[in-house]
Design a protein around this ligand. Structure first.
Ligand code: ZN
Length: 283
């Protein structure tokens, strides 16, 4: 079923697990992620980033992903990740997304607050949940494009109070699109933020977190952990293997079977680290 993330994320914090937010790019990976969530009896988020919406109009993505979510046996949230334009957010909401992230992290604090307030007003009126970012999680493949700035607890407190968002993304040591798991997580900073911000927090760029730290983060009352690169690596690498195995192969439906299977396994592996096993039956 399609849901927004407000109830999902608060319940995760209360029951001591974290929601997995996976970046997906179409039907194949979305289906694989939902199968993983169903096999674990846990809720999940399907997220689309700028790369995805540049490739496929947000209305088309919404039609596919919302249908996949509606048909799922577990709660699924369809979320627009890192939107910087209010127009795109409005289109996504109109098309059926149940959740949006406004990313004003590169703007001065007051401007970020003002724009986020506007998104919250519009989105909440439509029953759509809102995530925003304070501090900034940079990108490993675009150095200098977006600056990396650790979240300051006092700024996070002010931002959370003034904007009324449902969840807050914070920068505590991760970087987007890391291909190896060697991020240095600042648990002290996380704790300091949580002392002044009571709403669920979100960690981006989590492919770069070691399995051990991922388990630790999930037990620190973090609401959602975003994972993108890990699934993209699996899909691309397995597809390459399949094509190399049979150089004559051309049928994409057949070629996609193995990558979908492996993406499902990887999503399940990450969800288990986030303690997402059988959580829907847990009281
Ligand atoms: Zn992100």
């Amino acid at each position: 079923m399609l849901v927004n993330f407000k109830t999902m994320i608060n319940e995760a914090v209360d029951k001591d697990y974290a929601i997995a937010g996976f970046n997906v790019f179409g039907y194949e990976d979305a289906t694989a992620v939902v199968r993983a969530a169903e096999s674990l009896n846990a809720p999940v988020m399907l997220m689309t980033n700028k790369v995805a919406v540049d490739h496929m109009p947000v209305e088309v993505l919404a039609a596919i992903l919302c249908k996949v979510a509606e048909q799922a046996k577990v709660p699924v949230c369809v979320h627009l990740d890192h939107a910087k334009e209010l127009g795109l957010i409005a289109r996504a909401i109109k098309a059926g997304y149940s959740s949006v992230m406004y990313d004003g992290s590169q703007l001065p604090l007051e401007e970020n607050i003002k724009n986020t307030q506007e998104v919250v007003k519009f989105a909440h009126a439509c029953g759509v949940s809102v995530e925003a970012e304070i501090g900034s999680v940079g990108y490993s493949d675009q150095p200098g494009h977006e600056q990396s700035v650790y979240t300051e607890p006092a700024e996070a407190e002010k931002f959370a109070e003034e904007t009324g968002v449902d969840a807050l993304a914070v920068a505590i040591g991760t970087v987007h699109r890391m291909q190896v798991q060697n991020a240095n997580i600042q648990f002290d900073r996380l704790k300091a933020i949580q002392q002044v911000v009571k709403m669920p927090l979100v960690i981006h760029g989590s492919t770069g977190i070691t399995d051990e730290d991922l388990q630790k983060v999930a037990s620190c009352r973090v609401g959602k952990i975003n994972i993108g690169t890990a699934l993209r690596l699996v899909f691309g690498n397995v597809l390459r293997e399949e094509m190399n195995k049979d150089p004559e192969a051309f049928d994409r439906v057949k070629l996609f079977q193995k990558p979908m299977e492996k993406v499902e396994q990887e999503a399940k592996h990450k969800m288990l680290l986030l303690r997402c096993k059988d959580v829907l039956s847990k009281k």
